[in-house]
Design a protein. Structure first.
Lengths: 176, 176
């Protein structure tokens, strides 16, 4: 995205202090979603570099990941694969446990969602520690599918998520 | 949608018995999402009848609502407004309590998400009892915006959700 366009998108991301807990400054993307032109151009910028890469499916983690992942799938003529917290998907699943700051969490994908012929783009709103993004890649690979790349709106560089995603093609539009 | 196309979409909705609890047959839309052609045509059929209605925003309830709401917003050149469970939205919110089978639940919308000039399409995957859809309309109206219509993939007619939504323009693609 041109520098001016990035500055414009940045001006529609709101800092909310002390959310979800004291001391954390939350990057609120809802003003960006609310703006039809910026929402559209953000989706297109996330999808663009992967347009000629033979993407068959977009995978995203609930809930905010769905907001960008589903229109990117639509834009790329790909299928959409929801990755969800434990117990939310109704059919047979593959699961992956990942570490949080305190304790662990589990993400699931439907066991028949992908196969060895699938070429997957992973989409989320924010790359923070990279924990959920890494777990999503592992779920895709458990189903023998290939992670072609990953695309995020925001990268919080001070959390070093990129290190956890070494070896993957990672695109981020806005960095803090 | 032509009858044949509807039958095709229906064949990609999977019945999962006893989910989320014994005795309930869950309509699993993930095989539909997974199919690029059907996902795209479903989004277009949900948006189509509202294309010339001056929709400025699409509002959807997390999580599955986001999967159709965000691409419909993209398709209609509209903004996207997430409606979420209590405590999930970071900024100032308007809230609406609604009744469940046992107890109540609360949905929230950002207080600055819409205003009197907004013309809103409400999107969700399934119209069941109509409780969350009705709550979403009330939240939109609390912000002085107009609900122009509502569009769902699936309607479970035996739950009579339409009665709760009387007075609104309700479109559903597939009925059981």
């Amino acid at each position: 995205m041109a520098t001016m366009a990035i500055e414009k998108v940045k001006s529609f991301i709101r800092d909310v202090p002390d959310f979800p807990k004291p001391g954390v400054v939350f990057k609120d993307i809802t003003p960006l979603l609310q703006n039809p032109t910026l929402f559209k151009s953000t989706v297109e910028k996330m999808a663009g570099p992967f347009r000629r890469k033979g993407i068959t499916h977009v995978a995203s983690v609930e809930s905010r990941g769905f907001i960008f992942g589903a229109p990117v799938a639509y834009q790329l003529d790909a299928g959409f694969i929801p990755v969800r917290k434990k117990g939310k998907l109704p059919y047979k699943t593959a699961a992956f446990d990942y570490e949080l700051e305190y304790g662990t969490d589990t993400l699931e994908i439907h066991a028949d969602a992908l196969d060895a012929s699938s070429r997957v783009l992973v989409i989320d709103d924010v790359l923070a520690t990279g924990g959920t993004a890494h777990a999503t890649c592992k779920l895709v690979e458990k189903l023998k599918a290939k992670v072609v790349g990953m695309s995020f709106v925001i990268e919080l560089e001070f959390l070093h998520g990129r290190e956890k995603l070494r070896g993957y093609d990672v695109l981020t539009l806005i960095r803090y």
